[in-house]
Design a protein around this ligand. Structure first.
Ligand SMILES: Nc1ncnc2c1ncn2[C@@H]1O[C@H](COP(=O)(O)OP(=O)(O)O)[C@@H](O)[C@H]1O
Ligand SMILES: [Mg+2]
Length: 253
C-alpha cells in the first residue's frame, strides 16, 4: 500500500508544485514507484513533466469517463515516475469541483485506494485555496506538509490553514497528519528569512528549509526534472541537493 502525502498551504506561489514535483522525481530516482497526482485545475505539474496532453486526465476519471489506470502516464525522462495529469482543458476539473464534487467528497480518496497497491508512494499537488477540491485531496492523504515562503504573511496563512484543517479532521473524520513545514526559497543571507525560520521553529512543527535556487524555474520551463537539468554544465546548488535528499528521507521514514 502506497503512502500518500500532499503539500499544501492555501496561498499560491509558495512552492507546492515545485516541491511536490521535485520530491516525486527524487523518490522515483531512488527507485520507488511514485505517482504524482495533479489535483490543480491549472495543471502546472502535468505541463512540467509531460510534453503533450494525454488522452485522459483526472477530470475524466472522477467523472467516470475512463478507468484511473487509463489516465496515468509514465514520465519518459524519470524511470518509476507516473503522473495522473490535469491539463485544464475546458476547465473540466474546476467545473466538476464546483458542482458534482459536493455530492461525492470521498471520490479522490476512493481513486487513490484503488491504485494504492501499484505504487510505493503517492504525492498530490494541490491548487491554492481551501475549497472542495483541496479538501477532497487532503482527506485522501495520510499526511499533509506545508510549504511556505519566508514572509510574515505565510505565518498568518499557516494559522488559518491549521484552523481549517482541524475543522476538516472533525467534519470529514479525517486523520490526516500535519507535523512538518518547509520554508521554501530560503536565503540565509536575508535576516527576515532567518527570523521567520526561527519563529517557525518555536511552534510544534518540524521545520525544513529549501534554498532559493533559480534552477527550479529553469528546469520547469525546460520540462525537466530539476535533478537531471543543467545550464552550461551546472545543476542545482549543492545545498539544494542536500536539502531535497534530507527532506525526501525524512518524509517517507
Ligand atoms: N526554492 C526555490 N527557489 C527559486 N524559485 C523557486 C523555488 N521554489 C519555487 N520557485 C519558483 O516560484 C514560483 C512558484 O512556485 P510554485 O511551485 O509554482 O508555487 P505554488 O505551486 O505553490 O503556486 C515558480 O516560478 C517556481 O519556479
Ligand atoms: Mg502549483
Amino acid at each position: 500500500m502506497a503512502r500518500t502525502i500532499s503539500f499544501h498551504l492555501q496561498k499560491g506561489g509558495v512552492g507546492k508544485t515545485t516541491i511536490s514535483g521535485t520530491l516525486a522525481c527524487q523518490s522515483a530516482l531512488d527507485g520507488y514507484r511514485t505517482l504524482l497526482v495533479d489535483v490543480d485545475p491549472q495543471g502546472n505539474a502535468s505541463s512540467w513533466f509531460l510534453n503533450e496532453a494525454p488522452t485522459f486526465e483526472l477530470a475524466d476519471v472522477v467523472q467516470g469517463k475512463c478507468f484511473i489506470q487509463d489516465a496515468i502516464v509514465s514520465v519518459a525522462q524519470v524511470p518509476n515516475l507516473f503522473v495522473l495529469p490535469t491539463f485544464g482543458i475546458g476547465g473540466t476539473l474546476k467545473l466538476y469541483s464546483e458542482t458534482k464534487l459536493a455530492e461525492e467528497p470521498y471520490v479522490l480518496q476512493d481513486l487513490i485506494k484503488e491504485v494504492s497497491e501499484n505504487y510505493d508512494r503517492i504525492i498530490l499537488d494541490l491548487s491554492p485555496g481551501l475549497g472542495r477540491l483541496e479538501r477532497a485531496a487532503l482527506i485522501s492523504s495520510d499526511e499533509v506538509i506545508t510549504p511556505m515562503t519566508p514572509e510574515v504573511f505565510s505565518l498568518d496563512g499557516l494559522e488559518i490553514f491549521i484552523d481549517e484543517l482541524n475543522k476538516l479532521r472533525k467534519n470529514l473524520r479525517s486523520p490526516v497528519r500535519h507535523t512538518k513545514i518547509i520554508i521554501n526559497s530560503f536565503d540565509n543571507r536575508i535576516r527576515q528569512h532567518r527570523d521567520i525560520y526561527s519563529a517557525a521553529c518555536e511552534g510544534v512543527f518540524t521545520v525544513y528549509k529549501i534554498p532559493v535556487d533559480p534552477l527550479f524555474r529553469k528546469a520547469q520551463e525546460a520540462g525537466c526534472a530539476p535533478q537531471l537539468f543543467k545550464v552550461r554544465g551546472k545543476g542545482l546548488k549543492e545545498s539544494t541537493v542536500d536539502a531535497i535528499q534530507t527532506l525526501n528521507k525524512e518524509i517517507w521514514r
